[in-house]
Design a protein around this ligand. Structure first.
Ligand code: ADP
Ligand code: MG
Length: 307
């Protein structure tokens, strides 16, 4: 790809290059050195037009969302943000679209605290963004550390981004907090210090709260119960409580951090903004959701039943 495009739109954006990076954009490769005593944590995510975002989306929004979703994995590992690389496939685009893309990347990378230190630019039929994100952690928090008796805690409300998807063809009618949840996801780096101190296991909610809790349970070889009564549904607006609960438990894309915490540390985590929504329970197989003392179940379409 023409170096002029790289120079104009993908150079000099994002957070400042950290001192650990000894070579950034402009050579055949980038180089860095992890800080002493910390592990290098890396994750990569691809966003494809028509699959991960509507083809009609503004490229600022697409870029912002791609960075936010990718960065979220670092926060969920208890890593501090360092830098990113970007592989991009560009369809025919106007200068305006490219400028929006560049501005969206810039804002989201700055918000996350990620420098952009390299990438690859090619042309193709559809817009595709692949972001690799990198950070450091003294001791990355895995999915496998949940212990019998731990509380299940979450860093914020879920369901808003899922609720926004009903407005794909008429965003102007979408409640603003829902639109923001979908198009401005943020890795919860503000919670990394708390997670490092208190979380036994952590994951970011990208597939849905129950599905992602299931990942923790499988990795940790435990079961869990979620109390739907404890969910934050303050965002639900005109939705019924049942519809909001269903979205909060099964819709993805909110990028809150779900973690497990020893009982003794629950009060401290609540003070830091986490909400207790359930517990790890060895007597339960997989993940159960309860509401008013009754077991909830979902059919294949995700429809909520009280049994
Ligand atoms: P090469 O031919 O050696 O692979 P490129 O021409 O692809 O190099 O890229 C030149 C420089 O620009 C490299 O340092 C690369 O990391 C950087 N770069 C290319 N595309 C992007 C992009 N989309 N975002 C950030 N950096 C990029
Ligand atoms: Mg090269």
């Amino acid at each position: 790809m023409e170096f002029s495009i790289i120079k104009q739109y993908f150079t000099g954006i994002g957070a400042p290059v950290p001192s650990e990076v000894t070579l950034a954009i402009g050579d055949d490769a980038a180089c860095w050195q992890a800080p002493d005593g910390q592990q290098h944590v890396m994750s990569i995510d691809t966003a494809v037009a028509g699959v991960h975002f509507p083809v009609t989306s503004d490229w600022f929004d697409v870029a912002y969302r791609a960075v936010g979703c990718a960065a979220s994995d670092l926060a969920a590992m208890g890593a501090s943000p360092a830098f990113a690389t970007l592989a991009i496939t560009l369809p025919k685009a106007s200068n305006d679209q490219l400028a929006h893309l560049s501005q969206g990347l810039d804002s989201a990378l700055k918000q996350a605290g990620l420098a952009l230190i390299g990438g690859d630019t090619t042309s193709g039929q559809q817009l595709v963004l692949t972001l690799s994100v990198h950070g450091w952690a003294p001791k990355p928090i895995r999915r496998s550390g949940a212990q019998q008796g731990d509380a299940v805690m979450i860093s914020g409300p879920t369901g808003l981004a899922g609720a926004a998807l009903a407005y794909l063809d008429n965003w102007e009618d979408c409640p603003q907090p829902w639109w923001l949840a979908y198009f401005r996801p943020h890795g919860r780096f503000d919670m990394v210090a708390s997670l490092r101190q208190f979380a036994s296991a952590a994951i970011d909610v990208s597939d849905g709260l129950l599905a992602d809790l299931q990942h923790i349970c499988q990795a940790s070889n435990v079961g869990a119960v979620v109390e739907a009564d404890q969910l934050d549904l303050s965002w639900r607006a005109h939705l019924t409580e049942t519809a909001a609960i269903e979205l909060a438990l099964t819709a993805g894309d909110d990028y809150q951090v779900l973690c497990t915490v020893a009982k003794a540390n629950v009060a401290a985590m609540e003070k830091l903004g986490f909400r207790s929504i359930g517990r790890i329970d060895g007597a339960v197989e997989g993940v159960q959701a309860m509401y008013n003392g009754q077991l909830l179940s979902f059919n294949q379409l995700g429809y909520l039943h009280q049994s």
